[in-house]
Design a protein around this ligand. Structure first.
Ligand SMILES: [Zn+2]
Ligand SMILES: [Zn+2]
Length: 110
């Protein structure tokens, strides 16, 4: 992949939120007016709601400031047991979905 080419999560994000901004930060609710390219602490970062970087469903993507994104993930380290249980339940559900899709593909002979 050549550099500067939009990644799948970027494409997905743009489709939902547009690529020009301003976006509203999911962490602090303030506006984000700078896109990725400009650099700095208040630029746009696309955060994966379920922390699964491979889940590029537009529903899983939210805009955050670079700085807020770091804060969010830092706080994320102190997750409670309940949070972890919830996350593994989500993962389990995802695996089940994948299994179903694979079975379906087999049935269809894809
Ligand atoms: Zn923010
Ligand atoms: Zn994130």
């Amino acid at each position: 992949m050549r550099t500067g080419y939009p990644a799948p999560h970027q494409m997905s994000f743009w489709r939902r939120y547009g690529n020009k901004g301003p976006w509203t930060c999911a962490y602090c609710n303030r506006r984000i007016t700078k896109g990725f390219a400009l650099g700095g602490r208040d630029t746009l970062v696309i955060h994966h709601v379920d922390h699964d970087e491979k889940n590029n469903d537009p529903e899983n993507l939210v805009p955050m400031h670079r700085e807020c994104h770091i804060k969010h993930h830092h706080i994320g380290k102190k997750r409670t047991k309940a949070d972890r249980a919830k996350q593994s339940a989500t993962l389990q559900a995802k695996r089940e979905r994948m299994k179903k899709l694979e079975a379906m593909a087999k049935e269809l002979g894809i």
